[in-house]
Design a protein around this ligand. Structure first.
Ligand SMILES: Nc1ncnc2c1ncn2[C@@H]1O[C@H](COP(=O)(O)OP(=O)(O)O)[C@@H](O)[C@H]1O
Ligand SMILES: [Mg+2]
Length: 227
């Protein structure tokens, strides 16, 4: 791991602003958000639907570009990089878990988990992916395609995919939003276990107070501002 990822905060949001054009003119989704996350921390982002949580997460991960302000990951300004630079950084350092799982439907569970490793040219992609799927309790589902897996199983595959390349930073956007309460709880438990084992930094969007309470720190977004 480069020195910079150890000696700088994992994430710095600096006056992060997002404006979009809409039918009535300009819509300000985020109004100058500032916060810092230290390496190894767990942060919950909570707020009402439409408050700007997913937009914020997308900016932190460099999936979207800000209108003003910036994001530093491990001390590096990700918006001073070009798209390719950000894509490379995502591939090397970031993991994602989404509400809708976002598995590739034409790949089986094993292939979905192998993909991030193969993109990095890892020669041990298959054995690492198999071990990771075993870790999330899916050793007997390697060849299943997503449509033959339950929601909870699909999210376990997504967790395996997110963690298999051991990214220092994990982003999760309402990862239990599509699951029933009991399944959601088991997925969250697993996500925190993996996060602890790997000593990664976790940023979790949720509207569930009991899930937010599992994080070391919570920030609340209301109408695009830190509350
Ligand atoms: N590209 C876009 N164009 C116009 N409006 C958008 C765009 N992206 C998000 N919004 C609006 O910005 C607000 C915040 O969206 P989002 O970040 O998805 O909120 P949350 O995740 O908190 O529910 C919502 O009102 C949404 O409709
Ligand atoms: Mg959202």
């Amino acid at each position: 791991m480069p020195e910079s990822f150890l000696s700088f905060p994992a994430i710095e949001a600096i006056s992060l602003t997002k404006r979009v054009a809409d039918a009535t003119g300009e819509l300000i989704i985020l109004h100058g958000i500032d916060f810092t996350v230290q390496a190894g921390d767990t942060l919950a982002i909570v707020g009402a639907s439409g408050s700007g949580k997913s937009t914020l997460l997308g900016l932190l991960a460099g999936l979207d570009t800000p209108s003003a302000g910036t994001v530093r990951l491990g001390g590096t300004d990700i918006f001073e990089m070009d798209e390719d630079g950000r894509a490379g950084l995502r591939k090397e350092r970031l993991g994602f878990v989404f509400q809708s799982f976002q598995l590739l439907g034409h790949l089986n569970a094993l292939e979905n988990v192998m993909l991030p490793l193969e993109l990095r040219g890892d020669a041990e992609a298959r054995s690492k992916a198999e071990a990771m799927l075993a870790r999330v309790g899916l050793a007997s589902r390697l060849k299943h395609y997503p449509k033959y897996l339950s929601g909870g199983e699909q999210q376990r595959v997504a967790l395996a995919r997110a963690f298999v390349s051991e990214p220092p930073l994990l982003f999760a956007d309402e990862p239990t939003g599509s699951l029933d309460a009991a399944t959601g709880e088991s997925v969250i438990k697993l996500m925190f276990e993996l996060n602890q084992e790997r000593n990664s930094t976790l940023v979790l969007v949720t509207h569930d107070k009991s899930i937010a309470a599992l994080c070391k720190r919570t920030i609340t977004i209301a109408a695009g501002r830190l509350a």
